[in-house]
Design a protein around this ligand. Structure first.
Ligand SMILES: Nc1ncnc2c1ncn2[C@@H]1O[C@H](COP(=O)(O)OP(=O)(O)OP(=O)(O)O)[C@@H](O)[C@H]1O
Ligand SMILES: [Mg+2]
Length: 262
């Protein structure tokens, strides 16, 4: 954070009856020039799956980085209860170097260790338990880069579980996944929310977000935030995606396929 930033970041343990795991007020942020996001006001309750929708370049990744305290230029107020874990946009950060699924899950312990300590047996047990949790215990020794996209996503979720993250920030975790992998990941997200974790999930699939608890539409500025039925109106979608919103043949609405240049 730069000098002069008005962001106040408070990490605290979860109180007994918390209203929100993440609370953001008047948040804006960017990379030194004009703000990439602004006017973000939201409260993410414990146990909620929250969809983050917006066009390419709309500021989804920037918002997640703001929540992580990673943006060079940020203002507003931000309160996070408990530990944050991140599952990055993998197509941009593919790990091709030869580390195993277990190594990646073990990275979740490193943030808690002093720099001179190697992961202990207990850490390895925790990493293996997390891989079991995401259905990948049998793949622990396989090279991360050789796993399928869906398996890589689940390994990264395991890493966040090893970190004991109460709030998971997931940047387009479904991107490039086939239907069975998508269903597996969705069901895992349902389980994680049911145990009180909060999930903020950026996606390009409007209809997928209809099945979650809350939706945030972001197109540089916050367009809308609330329950899917209230937020996902034609008006909001057009202000979010511009002319790219199309009626789908079987009903519902979608956006033109996103273009990634990364
Ligand atoms: N490291 C950076 N330095 C400068 N500008 C950046 C940087 N990263 C992103 N931006 C700019 O911030 C704006 C928001 O980008 P961001 O990556 O947050 O969008 P996004 O919604 O995640 O897009 P996508 O759907 O393509 O992942 C864009 O105008 C982008 O060019
Ligand atoms: Mg992004």
């Amino acid at each position: 954070m730069t000098a002069g930033s008005t962001l106040s970041l408070m990490q605290a343990t979860a109180p007994s009856a918390p209203a929100a795991a993440v609370r953001v007020s008047g948040l804006r942020g960017g990379y030194g020039g004009a703000p990439a996001i602004e006017g973000v006001d939201l409260a993410l309750p414990e146990g909620a799956r929250v969809g983050l929708l917006g066009p390419n370049g709309g500021g989804k990744t920037t918002l997640l980085r703001a929540l992580l305290g990673e943006l060079p230029d940020v203002g507003g107020e931000l309160t996070v209860e408990g530990r944050l874990g991140v599952v990055p946009q993998t197509e941009r950060s593919r790990l091709d170097f030869p580390v195993s699924a277990l190594d990646v899950a073990l990275m979740g312990t490193l943030s808690r260790l002093p720099w001179w300590r190697r992961p202990s047996r207990a850490d390895r047990r925790a990493a293996l338990a997390a891989l079991e949790r995401v259905g990948l215990r049998a793949e622990a020794r396989r090279t991360f880069g050789e796993l399928s996209g869906g398996q890589r996503q689940r390994v990264l979720v395991a890493r966040a579980l090893v970190q004991d993250a109460r709030v998971l920030l997931l940047d387009e975790p479904f991107s490039g996944l086939d239907d069975p992998s998508t269903r597996l990941l969705e069901s895992l997200f349902g389980d994680l929310a049911a145990e009180g974790r909060t999930l903020l999930i950026s996606t390009h699939e409007i209809d997928q977000a209809r099945g979650w608890d809350l939706v945030l539409c972001l197109n540089r500025a916050q367009i809308a935030f609330g329950p899917p039925d209230a937020v996902l109106t034609r008006d909001v979608l057009e202000r979010t995606y511009g002319a790219n919103v199309v009626e789908l043949p079987g009903g519902g609405r979608g956006v033109m396929p996103p273009h990634h240049c990364g």
